[in-house]
Design a protein around this ligand. Structure first.
Ligand SMILES: Nc1ncnc2c1ncn2[C@@H]1O[C@H](COP(=O)(O)OP(=O)(O)OP(=O)(O)O)[C@@H](O)[C@H]1O
Length: 258
């Protein structure tokens, strides 16, 4: 018998998820879901567990070492905390981009072709198509199509971040995790990434950690407010900002702390 039913529109469902770094109880009894083809923002003050949480969704959290978890993280009907999970295939389905763009010190082309090559695609024409499609998807193709063999590190910060998103998209994931994807970018590059996220949610499910409440308000369908490892509330972004249910959410979004 299946322990938990997952609704069709739910991509992830957390059930009593707890996480400890050694003795530090960093995530406490999380129970909520992430919906398909929506943008879900995770907000909250520094140290509340945003990055920890987002890294549980593709189990990158294991690389922190000294981590213990209990409960369930259902990805569709699979519990990621079962030890049978194939990490390579999980990370193909659940891609991630980070605060600081981190292209490989290789060409623009090689950055995007890297994932598909690892997953066994060898044919040049097929790789070419994936590279083109991924770069079109992040609105970078026109800017780089004449210099695909140039070093990725020669791009601007905003372009590098879009390249990293293209790299994540090249393996055709279902979910894109974004951990403060714009905090190192100027306002114009930030808006471009936000517009891109809105475009991408037609095809992908996006989970985004952000320090920037205006950003959460601008782009996300749902917003989750974390405080000291707990989920205080999660609901439609408009409702959370206009009409928070919890005093602590209200204090945070009105700038009274954090
Ligand atoms: N690798 C680690 N080892 C031990 N403790 C950690 C580790 N990473 C994070 N923590 C602790 O877990 C808690 C949550 O940290 P986390 O980085 O998830 O918060 P955050 O909300 O993303 O913060 P910020 O907004 O500052 O990035 C903090 O108490 C932090 O010190």
């Amino acid at each position: 018998m299946m322990a938990t039913a997952v609704k069709e529109k739910e991509v992830f469902k957390m059930k009593d998820l707890n996480l400890w770094y050694g003795q530090n109880h960093a995530l406490k009894n999380l129970n909520f879901s992430i919906n398909k083809k929506e943008i879900t923002s995770i907000i909250g003050p520094s140290g509340c567990g945003k990055s920890t949480f987002i890294k549980t969704l593709n189990l990158m959290i294991y690389s922190a070492g000294n981590v213990r978890m209990s409960g369930e993280i259902l990805y569709h009907n699979k519990n990621l905390l079962d030890n049978k999970i194939d990490l390579v295939s999980l990370r193909k389905d659940v891609g991630m981009v980070f605060q600081k763009a981190n292209p490989f010190p290789k060409s623009i082309y090689e950055n995007v072709a890297y994932g598909p090559k690892i997953h066994g695609i060898k044919k040049k024409s097929e790789l070419d198509d994936i590279v083109e499609e991924s770069l079109i998807n992040v609105a970078l193709w026109d800017e780089v199509k004449d210099r695909l063999n140039a070093p990725a590190l020669g791009l601007s910060g905003g372009q590098q971040q879009r390249l990293c998103i293209a790299r994540a998209l090249a393996t055709k994931p279902e979910v894109l995790l974004m951990d403060e994807p714009t905090s190192a970018l100027d306002p114009i590059s930030t808006i471009k990434i936000e517009e891109l996220a809105l475009e991408l949610k037609k095809d992908f499910t996006i989970v985004m950690v952000t320090h920037n409440m205006q950003q959460a308000a601008r782009v996300s369908d749902e917003t989750a407010f974390f405080l000291m490892g707990e989920l205080i509330e999660k609901k439609d972004t408009d409702k959370l900002f206009a009409n928070p249910s919890d005093k602590r959410t209200e204090d945070y979004i009105t700038g009274r702390f954090g």
